[in-house]
Each structure stands twice: as structure tokens, then as C-alpha cells.
Design a protein around this ligand. Structure first.
Ligand code: PEP
Ligand code: MG
Length: 590
């Protein structure tokens, strides 16, 4: 057996076997608070300003050199550049020098801590992980102050890269001919570095416990991007097993990519539309490359959280219009802002005791009508392109929906008066992700053009598990009878009312749940772009007849364990590779 295994979060599938290369990072741990004499304050401030300028200069250079096939990711670096140029952030640090008479390094640290504290109060995991971005940006400036750079040295041989963290700029500069895979000590499931690794199609594991100090460089290691494991000092048996897995995965990937542009149609002719979930404009390319048939969920939060102030109507209009034209003629469903009061600037708003049950999503928008109006106007302006739909998140009942629609009509009428053109019949939908919306789905269906089931929140609220708390993650059971029945209830209610239903939670990317969703005749599913080829592959190899029979058995079952076994047996019969590659999913544990 291997001597030692480190565990982390798998963010990009695949296996790499090779020698470790450890990135030497600047050591900022020794930075101390130092008093600055009042007469040297302006000099110290100038030192800080120059460091900001130099860091900006470096990032601009990286931006100019982004290779053609990674251009889609340049926006991540642009957002870092925006943070660096953000006068309020810089001013915060300068003020600390003034008021505390302290050195520039320490002042910057204080500003970073304050901004990070604001982000830490954010309930949404994706947005909370932007804390890392603040740190990466600040490290660029700190590096300038102490005369050290984290830039990667040129590689002389192929290797697996180990680093404390990688900034998007670092990742974009990675030479994929030399770097077989990478692992970082920091980072979470939705870090940018993961998005980039998937685009580059190199295996990656982030948030590895105990990584720092575990390797010196040069050792042979196995990086398992399926299960999120780093195997140090692998023995012969381990090496042979992983070499086999690597070969099988490569041939599996080649197979699924070959058919990813074909429709997701079952052997007996049933068709399901496969859409994509994206957060960033630049992910659209990956959607097309992986066979996505449109965007089923554009999480619009990023434009708000990647900055300190609010985006303007013009900025949002440009983003939505550009995205709609890039996606056209396929559809683009824009979800209106899904943040809670605590997810914006903490200085403006009080932090709630229980944000997941608080002023989130549509509730926030109905309270902050000016913010809502700006976004609605921008979406309406983009609607002229003809392929845009809009949906409201977290609708919990008819009253809330009627209220949101009333406001939407008011905004439309204002725009009409101002002579601004928009598509009058832009499809309007809601996310069904709160149990009360499930139960009243028949009533809600009368008011909208489509439903989109958000199982991430639906599972959180119906099983009572905080989706961000890893201690209760074992209770995340997509095949819990309550979850399966809720989904079926919503799908049936939608179809009775003659509207379409999409499912856009993580469950849509779970190969074990696909046959069940097909059996229910869900019209479309929406998932991360990289998961599309694998899911299409499953749909194309199954028959509706078999899925309907499976669903019948699952609907009659009272136990999660039985449901897991039923789907596992079916997947195993047809898709043994999927079982191998997705075995990290907890279906064999009951
Ligand atoms: C969901 O809740 O399933 C969903 C897709 O929305 P989000 O993950 O953005 O809350
Ligand atoms: Mg949700």
C-alpha cells in the first residue's frame, strides 16, 4: 500500500503520475507591524502606491500575453486588475498608514482583512470563495513591497505542480506541455483555478489538507482528480492500477467527446435538451465546445460581487447583450440576482443571523427596488436579441411572485414611456427551490412560462441541511424519497399547466440521477459545461422504456438505500466506466 495519501477536493477529473514540482512562494508570514515616523508617512504612502502601480503593470502584461485558446478566461485577470485599480481598496490601506502610522505592508494586511471579513459573511459558497481573490491580488502588491515574486519558474521537465495557491494569472501562464496536473493547499470547489483546470483539461485537486511541507519536489506522486487524492510514494501495485485507470479515462473521454455535439436522444427517440450553468461570460465557449444547447442558468451574481460598487444599467446591458449574441440562436436564461443582504457590502447592511433563511434572492430584490430595477432594465434591453429568458430565484409563494411580476410590469411600462424597445413576450420563469413552492407548484405554474428546479437549495431546505456545512454533507441525498417525489410533483404540475420544466441543480450533472429525470420527462437539464458530454453519453445509450420502469420502482420505494441500489444497478449494467469514474459519489455506501 502507498505510504501516505493526502486528501483534497477534486475539481478537474483525470489521473496524473509524475514527479512533483513545488512552487516556492514568497513568505509573507514574517511581516510585522512597524511604526512609521510622522515625517515619513507620505514616503510610506508613496511606496504603497508605487507597489499597486507595479502590480497593475504586471497583470496588464499577463493580460496582453494570454494565449488565444485561453482568451475566454482573461476576464478573471481583468477582475483582479479591477480590484487592484479599485481606489477604495487602495485608499483603505493608505488610510491605515495615516491613522495608524504603520508600514505599508501592515496597512495593506489590515485593508485585506477588512475586505475579507465582508466576503466571509457571504452565505453563498461561490461568492465567499472570492476571499481567495482578494488575498491573491494583495500578494501581488506585497510581493512588490518586499521585492519578491510568486511567478512560476520555467519548467525543465514534465511535472505535477504543487502550490499553496494559484492565481488565475498563474494558471493561465501554466505551460500545459510541461504541467501534467496540479494541486493546491487553498481553494474550494468553485475556485477559478478549478474552472481553468477543467478548461485546460488537466487533472486538479484543491484545498489539500497537509500539503504544505509534505513534498520537497522531485518525488514520484499520483494525483487522482476523481477522488481528490494525492498518493505520495506509490508502490508498484498502486502505479499499475492508476496507469490502467488513466488509459481507461482517456479512451472514455475520447468516446464521450466524439458524440457531444449530437442531440441527447434516447435509443427509443425521446429527446432531452441539455443546457449549461455558467457564472462567467467567458464560459460560453466551453458550453459550445462541450455540446451545450444553450444556457439554462446564468448566475448573474458575479457582476455584483467582483466589485465594490454596484454595476450600472449600461454595464449590465453590455454583458447580457454580448452574452445573448454569443449564444444565439441558442437560448440564454438569465437568473435575476441571487444574493442576500449580507452578500453585498457589509458596511451598508446588517449581517443576518440565518442568511440562508433570510433576505436572499427575490426577497432582497423586492426590498432593494433600485437594484432590481437596474437589472430588470438591462435584461429587458438585451431581450431584443430574441433568445433571452429571465427567471426569479427563491420564489416561495404566489404572493411573492405576483409582487415581483407587478414590479416587472411597472419597469416595462416605464421603459415603454421612455421609448426603449424590448421583447414584450420575453419568457418569464421561476426557480422552484423552496418546499413551499413545490407544494404550490400547480398555482405558480399558472403565472409563468417555465419552471427551473434548483435542487441544490431544494435539498438544503427540504432535508434541512446547510449546503455549505461539510459536517452535514453526508445527508445530501439526491435520491431521498422526499427529493424524488418533490421533483416529480413539480414536473407533473408544470406539464399539467402546459409549461416546460428544466432542472438546474447539481443533481443534473449526476449520472446516477439522469435515468430518473428522464423517466419523469423533465424537458431540459442544465449543468456545468464540462459535465455535458458524459451526461449526453448516458442519455444516448438508454431507452425511455427502461427509465420509466426504473422511475416506477423508485417512486414506490421508501428508502434512500434502495433507490441508490436501483440506480447503481442500472448504471452498472450499461455504463461500468461511469461507475468507475464517479465512484466518489456516495451511492455505494448505504
Ligand atoms: C440551485 O439551488 O439548485 C441552483 C441551481 O441555484 P444556486 O446553486 O445558484 O443556488
Ligand atoms: Mg438556488
Amino acid at each position: 500500500m502507498a505510504a501516505h495519501i493526502l486528501f483534497g477536493i477534486p475539481v478537474s477529473a483525470g489521473v496524473a503520475i509524475g514527479r512533483a514540482y513545488c512552487q516556492n512562494r514568497c513568505n509573507f508570514s514574517g511581516l510585522t507591524r512597524q511604526k512609521v515616523d510622522i515625517k515619513n508617512v507620505s514616503l510610506e504612502k508613496q511606496r504603497l502606491t508605487q507597489a499597486f502601480d507595479a502590480a497593475c503593470h504586471d497583470l496588464k502584461r499577463v493580460l496582453e500575453q494570454v494565449p488565444e485558446d485561453l482568451k475566454e478566461h482573461a476576464a478573471i485577470i481583468e477582475s483582479h486588475l479591477m480590484m487592484l485599480k479599485d481606489q477604495k481598496f487602495q485608499q483603505r490601506a493608505l488610510d491605515h498608514i495615516d491613522t495608524g502610522l504603520i508600514n505599508a505592508e501592515w496597512a495593506l494586511e489590515q485593508a485585506v482583512l477588512e475586505v475579507q471579513e465582508m466576503f466571509a459573511a457571504i452565505a453563498d459558497e461561490y461568492l465567499r470563495q472570492r476571499i481567495q481573490d482578494v488575498r491573491l491580488v494583495a500578494e501581488r502588491v506585497l510581493g512588490k513591497l518586499i521585492g519578491c515574486s510568486n511567478e512560476l519558474q520555467a519548467f525543465t521537465h514534465r511535472a505535477i505542480l504543487f502550490a499553496r495557491d494559484l492565481s488565475p494569472a498563474d494558471t493561465i501562464e501554466l505551460d500545459v506541455n510541461k504541467i501534467m496536473a496540479f494541486a493546491t493547499a487553498q481553494g474550494g470547489k468553485t475556485s477559478h483555478v478549478g474552472i481553468l483546470a477543467r478548461s485546460l483539461q488537466i487533472p486538479a485537486v484543491v484545498g489539500v489538507e497537509g500539503l504544505e511541507g509534505a513534498l520537497t519536489g522531485g518525488e514520484v506522486v499520483i494525483l487522482d482528480g476523481f477522488l481528490g487524492r494525492i498518493i505520495l510514494d506509490p508502490d508498484e501495485e498502486e502505479l499499475a492500477r492508476y496507469t490502467d485507470l488513466q488509459t481507461q479515462f482517456e479512451s472514455y473521454q475520447a468516446t464521450i467527446m466524439r458524440s457531444c455535439q449530437l442531440p441527447a436522444e434516447t435509443l427509443d427517440g425521446y429527446r432531452m435538451q441539455i443546457l449549461a450553468n455558467i457564472e462567467l461570460f467567458e464560459e460560453v465557449v466551453a458550453v459550445n465546445d462541450n455540446g451545450g444547447e444553450g444556457i439554462g442558468l446564468f448566475r448573474s451574481e458575479y457582476s455584483y460581487l467582483s466589485r465594490v460598487d454596484m454595476p450600472t444599467e449600461e454595464e449590465l446591458t453590455e454583458i447580457y447583450t454580448d452574452m445573448a449574441s454569443l449564444v444565439a440562436p441558442k437560448k440564454l436564461i438569465i437568473r435575476t440576482l441571487d444574493v442576500g443582504a449580507d452578500k453585498l457590502m457589509r458596511s451598508q447592511l446588517p449581517v443576518e443571523g440565518n442568511p440562508a433563511l433570510g433576505l436572499r434572492a427575490i426577497r432582497y430584490c423586492l426590498k432593494h427596488r433600485d437594484v432590481f430595477r437596474t437589472q430588470l432594465r438591462a435584461i429587458l434591453k438585451a431581450s431584443v436579441l430574441g433568445n433571452v429568458s429571465m427567471m426569479f430565484p427563491m420564489i416561495s409563494g404566489i404572493q411573492e411572485l405576483v409582487e415581483a411580476k407587478k414590479f416587472y410590469r411597472e419597469v416595462q411600462s416605464e421603459m415603454r414611456t421612455q421609448g426603449i424597445v424590448f421583447r414584450e413576450d420575453m419568457p418569464l420563469g421561476i426557480m422552484v427551490e423552496v418546499p413551499s413552492a413545490v407544494i404550490t407548484a400547480d398555482v405558480l405554474a399558472q403565472e409563468v412560462d417555465f419552471f427551473s428546479i434548483g435542487t441544490n437549495d431544494l435539498i438544503q431546505y427540504s432535508l434541512g441541511i446547510d449546503r455549505t456545512n461539510k459536517d452535514v454533507a453526508y445527508l445530501y441525498q439526491p435520491l431521498h424519497p422526499a427529493v424524488v417525489r418533490s421533483i416529480k410533483w413539480v414536473v407533473d404540475a408544470a406539464h399539467r399547466a402546459g409549461i416546460e420544466v428544466c432542472l438546474c441543480g447539481e443533481l443534473a450533472a449526476d449520472p446516477f440521477c439522469i435515468p430518473i429525470l428522464m423517466g419523469m420527462q423533465v424537458d431540459s437539464i442544465s449543468l456545468g459545461p464540462q459535465a455535458i458530454p458524459g451526461i449526453k453519453h448516458i442519455v444516448r445509450q438508454t431507452s425511455m422504456e427502461e427509465c420509466t420502469a426504473l422511475l416506477k420502482q423508485v417512486m414506490a420505494s421508501h428508502s434512500v438505500a434502495r433507490n441508490n441500489k436501483l440506480v447503481r444497478d442500472m448504471i452498472f449494467r450499461h455504463f461500468p466506466e461511469e461507475l468507475l469514474f464517479y465512484s466518489s459519489l456516495a451511492y455505494d455506501q448505504d
